[in-house]
Design a protein around this ligand. Structure first.
Ligand SMILES: NC(=O)c1ccc[n+]([C@@H]2O[C@H](COP(=O)([O-])OP(=O)(O)OC[C@H]3O[C@@H](n4cnc5c(N)ncnc54)[C@H](OP(=O)(O)O)[C@@H]3O)[C@@H](O)[C@H]2O)c1
Length: 324
């Protein structure tokens, strides 16, 4: 009989949940089994997880009954919402409520809720340093996640509140990598001035979460923050220069300029970076590198991550204009 405890993982085919699944599955001698939740068990990513040894179960976080079934008998659950799929903080709140309700109903012993700070505690809605968005938020994809914390606590769900950091994969998938300027040079743009941005390899979030499950008793009811490096835009540009073998210059625009870039969510991200810039010591302080490394001794630094991933960062070929 299989005595292993089940961890149900939301977003199993994605970045955070996928990392959690792989961290558990790699530890073949460990005490946990993975129940990978997906809306489509027939997808290539779901099949891949099954091949690695996960039980793949269909569930939709918009459907509380499907979550109740998917959490049945589970010891733990990794819970995450997908803001960038729909840009709706209200939807995130409703989905977190579904997760909390389902966890309570199933008697899950340890939930890890992937959350963020409520930026309105630092910048109230009437503070004009940054615009209020959607009438109720300063950083919608942060504030709603923080607001959802109480949905777990109020129901008495044993929860660890996990503060994650900027994924370096944003440089690959989210259009945040170095871009070639009209002068032919490469520029890495962030509205962070000379302040440090905590970042992490998304796969390391999963490894840290796995350690939190393993040490459940210690972390239930606590908020823990993780990051692999705290670096300024200038330091990141220097690391990119070394990794890519071509100079990358730091383009420190203002948050106002960033908000005006016009891509979907630019205003939310402009406010997010401004918050991280203006409250650097609180934001970095909540994400201790040393603590993250105790959870995950193989935690990658930005340089190490670049060493593995530099070829995946899309960089337009050089077309430096001849001058003179
Ligand atoms: N980008 C960053 O730097 C960063 C940093 C920290 C935190 N975050 C936060 O991370 C969250 C997203 O997590 P992620 O990056 O791990 O997501 P992701 O890689 O985009 O993965 C999303 C996965 O979730 C599943 N999914 C989507 N809608 C679902 C639904 N209704 N029910 C069940 N599953 C659903 C999809 O799987 P199927 O199609 O298989 O169902 C998909 O593979 C966002 O809320 C964001 O704010 C982002």
């Amino acid at each position: 009989m299989d005595e292993k405890k089940v961890i149900a993982v939301i977003g199993a085919t994605g970045a955070q949940g996928g990392g959690v699944c792989r961290a558990i599955l790699k530890d073949a001698g460990g005490v946990y089994r993975v129940r990978a939740l997906t809306r489509n068990a027939g997808s290539d990513k779901a099949k891949e997880l099954k091949k690695l040894g996960a039980d793949v179960v269909e569930a939709d976080i918009d459907d509380v009954e499907s979550l109740k079934k998917a959490f049945r008998g589970a010891h733990g659950a990794f819970c995450v919402t997908f803001f960038w799929d729909h840009f709706s903080p209200e939807k995130e709140l409703a989905e977190a409520k579904n997760m909390a309700e389902a966890a309570k109903h199933a008697g899950v012993r340890h939930v890890i809720w992937s959350t963020f700070e409520d930026t309105r505690k630092w910048v109230p809605l009437d503070d004009r340093r940054m615009p209020t968005l959607m009438e109720k938020y300063k950083v919608p994809h942060f504030d709603a996640k923080a607001e959802a914390n109480r949905l777990f606590s109020e129901r008495g769900v044993p929860t660890t509140f996990l503060l994650t950091s900027f994924y370096w994969e944003n440089l690959i998938h989210f259009g945040m990598g170095p871009k070639r300027g009209e002068d032919g040079n490469l520029y890495f743009t962030l509205p962070m001035g000379d302040r440090k941005l905590p970042g992490i390899a998304s796969e390391d979030i999963g490894k840290c979460a796995y350690a939190l499950f393993r040490n459940g008793g210690e972390y239930i009811g606590k908020t823990v923050g993780i990051a692999g490096s705290h670096m300024t835009g200038g330091q990141m540009a220097a690391a990119l220069t070394k990794a890519l073998g071509e100079e990358v210059r730091y383009n420190a625009v203002s948050p106002e300029v960033y908000r005006g870039f016009g891509f979907p969510g630019a205003d939310d991200l402009g406010n997010m970076f401004q918050f991280k810039r203006d409250f650097e010591s609180d934001f970095c302080g909540a994400r201790s590198l040393a603590f993250s490394r105790t959870l995950n001794p193989s935690l990658q630094t930005f340089e190490a991550w670049l060493g593995e991933n530099r070829d995946r960062i899309p960089v337009e070929k050089g077309t430096r204009r001849a001058s003179g």
